[in-house]
Write a protein that binds this ligand. Structure first.
Ligand code: CA
Length: 220
């Protein structure tokens, strides 16, 4: 899953980026409100972590404009402002959740997982598709009786498919969810990851739709 981090404090941005990458997210970083608005409009990210006190354009204004334009990307506000008023305003403007700095990264990660699964229409923490299941908190996957721990990128790929069971994702869709701006993508990276996942969980875990892309089944 690819996230956009909007944060003007480089030390916080670096710490959050490292923590998110360790948790298998691809992270792109912008440091002001104008760049944030322009980047969000490109629709490359599956969620946005949004600071409120930002140069050039306030975070609440960024949020207001993006919701007004019909963009429904999940947004978690991260801010030092702990006033009730800002918190309420952010939620009323369409933020999905809110963490107040200083926060524990494990809490941010848990809130992010909750926001993403609610958007996917799932209340349970573990994602299911047929006999395959995936736990976003531990990166453990199961295909029937076979269980395995996935690497960060294997997890990202299977997670992208399991958030939309029954939908075909193309190579470009998958690359866009796994890699950030500064990461070089080898031309066969997706095939390599799928090969690794199948080796761990069995060939039937991911279906290849010839000439189109890949999917997981949406049977229950
Ligand atoms: Ca700030």
């Amino acid at each position: 899953m690819r996230l956009l981090l909007v944060e003007d404090d480089p030390m916080i941005a670096e710490a959050v980026t490292i923590a998110l990458r360790n948790a298998a997210y691809a992270v792109d970083w912008v440091r002001d409100g104008v760049s944030a608005a322009a980047t969000i409009a490109h629709d490359e990210h599956q969620a946005v972590l949004l600071d409120l006190g930002l140069p050039r354009k306030d975070g609440l204004e960024v949020l207001r404009q993006l919701r007004q334009s019909g963009n429904s990307v999940p947004v978690v506000i991260i801010t030092a402002r702990d006033g009730v008023e800002d918190r309420v305003k952010g939620l009323d403007l369409g933020a999905d959740d809110y963490v107040v700095k200083p926060f524990d990264v494990s809490e941010l990660l848990a809130r992010l997982r909750a926001v993403v699964r609610r958007r996917g229409g799932q209340a349970a923490a573990v994602l299911y598709s047929g006999k395959v299941n995936l736990d976003p908190a531990t990166h453990e996957a199961r295909n029937g009786e076979v269980a395995a721990m996935l690497s960060a990128r294997e997890f990202s790929l299977l997670h992208a498919l399991m958030l939309r069971p029954g939908a075909i994702l193309t190579r470009a869709d998958l690359e866009g969810r796994i890699y950030g701006w500064n990461e070089e993508v080898e031309s066969n990276a997706v095939d390599f990851l799928i090969h690794g996942i199948r080796k761990k969980l069995g060939a039937d875990v991911i279906r290849n739709i010839r000439g189109a892309g890949w999917m997981v089944d949406n049977s229950k």
